[in-house]
Ligand binder design. Structure first.
Ligand SMILES: [Zn+2]
Length: 580
């Protein structure tokens, strides 16, 4: 792979702020001069990742993930370093005119074509709804309390029965195979025709805000299916995206809460009543990818699925998925089998907002579901019900909530509280431990001297000079590589700092991680040359000590007397060196 010139990387990095870039992916909080986020690189429960605006570096103090803005984008999106540089450049509004870089991101540019096709189509649909042909659709939406502002915000459009999408895309140089591949057109015999006709069009965006699909809704009462959705394609995977994700991001961060609904109409309806921290699963069961996306928005999740039986089932499976990543959602169940959109239309926004304010705890929901399934005249049913709840009771930390819940359960079932309590004692409480990667490693003074030397090489040219003059042998492979690279960087640029040096290392994740770890060792900022010389001496001593041990081992097994003498002489010289 061709390398991107260091100067290009540097100039891009200078134009962005790592805090802003990470904030596009994760909810972040400011604490003092740094920012904190739930680390996306391990199963994090508390914000363990700190972001330094000063150093333009992120570091997770639990799993050790760290790097600069490009490393973050690369690791988060699982793309190559060049692709990450490209992405960040785009965010910064910089047009990278490096042809060799373009080659390395060919995969991205392939998708870029599809994004473009959707963008063109979406603009065409949006224009249609403003024309005279769009009047009925527009007034249909207005009648359903979707104002022109909302139409604009959600880029709602209209497909006509004119096959113009195919023609339009063809005129822009796209092939019919491409149109069919991404589901904008269909092929029958030899004819290409538009997939969506006479429907109100709702564009669906990916997490970065590209249109990747549509949902088309009928509005003139023809007896077709109510909704037609884009087919799955390389860029449109329902199991991997949430409707309204990008738009909801900032609202979720402000409210420190994310509401999850099933349909995109629910999202739009909630938007009209001022609830904007909301995303939709678009009717599919919540996947692991969905759960991860939700967690990126907020750990405080409210599930508000449709009020019918299917909605209850979907809620239960969503809970299971979210609990796997340690999210305990709150739950809203709407009466009369209504979905949030219908509920707000029929019962009014105040009633809905009241539900939102009083969302059920997970425990309450599980109790309700269990109760609904139990025949209280059947003793084994009651036993099953209580046993199904034990695990939940176990998780209650608050003794008051615990006691009240057990009392309520006792009253409902007629089983004594002491019996319920005795069941709970049988379940051992699990303790969760987070093992820090850094706490367990014990180091000898020689390795520490190597680390301290490299630490100061990242900060002062004096240390680099001393390294260059003495060339101590660093036994740690990473440290030795880093020292050589620092020297190289310094010779090219005439200065050194940890941020720029990390850019210089490009996609060498392992070294960057190590560099940042070494940089963060708690040592005095100012250092004298004598101290550094001491480190170098300790490092040299370590080498001699190792050498001595090796020679001693050889002497012990050597049979040949003459060779033994040579070894003994060698040992004597080494010992003299050691004493120096
Ligand atoms: Zn981490």
């Amino acid at each position: 792979m061709e390398k991107i010139p260091y100067d290009d990387i540097l100039s891009i990095q200078r134009k962005v702020n790592i805090v802003d870039v990470i904030a596009e992916y994760l909810p972040i909080e400011q604490k003092g001069k740094n920012y904190f986020a739930i680390c996306p690189f391990h199963d994090d429960h508390n914000p363990s990742m700190s972001i330094s605006p000063e150093k333009q570096i992120y570091t997770c103090f639990v799993c050790g993930a760290s790097g600069n803005v490009f490393n973050f984008v690369m690791n988060y999106e699982r793309i190559s370093f060049s692709e990450a540089v490209f992405k960040v450049a785009k965010k910064a509004g910089i047009n990278l005119n490096v042809t060799n870089v373009r080659k390395t991101v060919s995969k991205e540019s392939k998708y870029e074509k599809f994004y473009k096709m959707f963008e063109i189509t979406s603009k065409y649909y949006q224009n249609n709804i403003k024309t005279v042909y769009g009047k009925p659709a527009n007034s249909y939406l207005n009648k359903r309390n979707i104002s022109d502002d909302v139409i604009k915000e959600f880029e709602i459009g209209l497909s006509l029965n004119d096959n113009n999408v195919g023609k339009l895309l063809e005129s822009k140089g796209f092939t019919s195979d491409e149109m069919v591949d991404i589901g904008l057109c269909n092929k029958k015999d030899k004819f290409i025709y538009d997939t969506f006709r006479n429907r109100i069009m709702f564009p669906i965006h990916d997490t970065l805000g590209n249109v990747v699909g549509f949902s088309g809704r009928i509005y003139n009462g023809e007896d077709e299916s109510k909704y037609v959705n884009s087919k799955e394609s390389v860029i449109f995977k329902k199991g991997k995206l949430l409707y309204n994700y990008k738009r909801a991001m900032n609202y979720a961060r402000d409210k420190k809460q994310i509401i999850v609904v099933e349909g995109f109409m629910d999202v739009i309806r909630l938007w009209t009543i001022g609830v904007r921290n909301v995303v939709a699963t678009m009717g599919t069961a919540i996947t692991k990818e969905h759960a991860d996306l939700i967690r990126r928005l907020s750990k405080n999740v409210i599930l508000c699925f449709d009020g019918d039986k299917a909605g209850e089932k979907a809620t239960i499976s969503a809970i299971e998925m979210l609990e796997k990543i340690d999210i305990k959602p709150k739950i809203i169940r709407l009466e009369d089998d209504l979905d949030p959109d219908e509920y707000i239309i029929k019962k009014g926004e105040d009633k809905f907002l009241n539900h939102l304010k009083n969302a059920m705890s997970l425990l309450q929901f599980k109790l309700d579901v269990g109760k609904g399934k139990t025949d209280f005249n059947d003793y084994s049913d009651i036993s099953n019900y209580i046993n199904s709840i034990i695990g939940e009771l176990e998780k209650i930390d608050d003794p008051v909530v615990y006691e009240l819940t057990v009392k309520k359960l006792s009253k409902e079932t007629g089983v004594d509280t002491s019996t319920i309590n005795s069941l709970i004692k049988n379940v051992p409480k699990k303790e969760r431990k987070i093992v820090s990667k850094f706490s367990t490693i014990k180091k000898n003074k020689y390795i520490m001297a190597e680390e301290y030397l490299v630490h100061y090489m990242l900060k002062t040219p004096d240390a680099i000079d001393l390294y260059q003059n003495n060339v101590p042998y660093l036994t740690d492979k990473n440290l030795s590589q880093i020292a050589i690279k620092i020297l190289e960087f310094y010779e090219q640029n005439g200065y050194v700092n940890v941020t720029d040096f990390s850019l210089f290392l490009q996609d060498n994740d392992e070294l960057i991680k190590e560099v940042l770890r070494i940089d963060q060792i708690d040592l005095p900022e100012k250092v004298s040359n004598e101290v550094i010389e001491d480190y170098i001496k300790t490092i040299d001593d370590g080498i001699i000590k190792r050498e001595i041990t090796k020679v001693r081992q050889k002497i012990n097994v050597e049979q040949d007397v003459a060779k033994k003498v040579v070894l003994l002489e060698k040992l004597a010289t080494l010992k003299k060196k050691e004493c120096k």
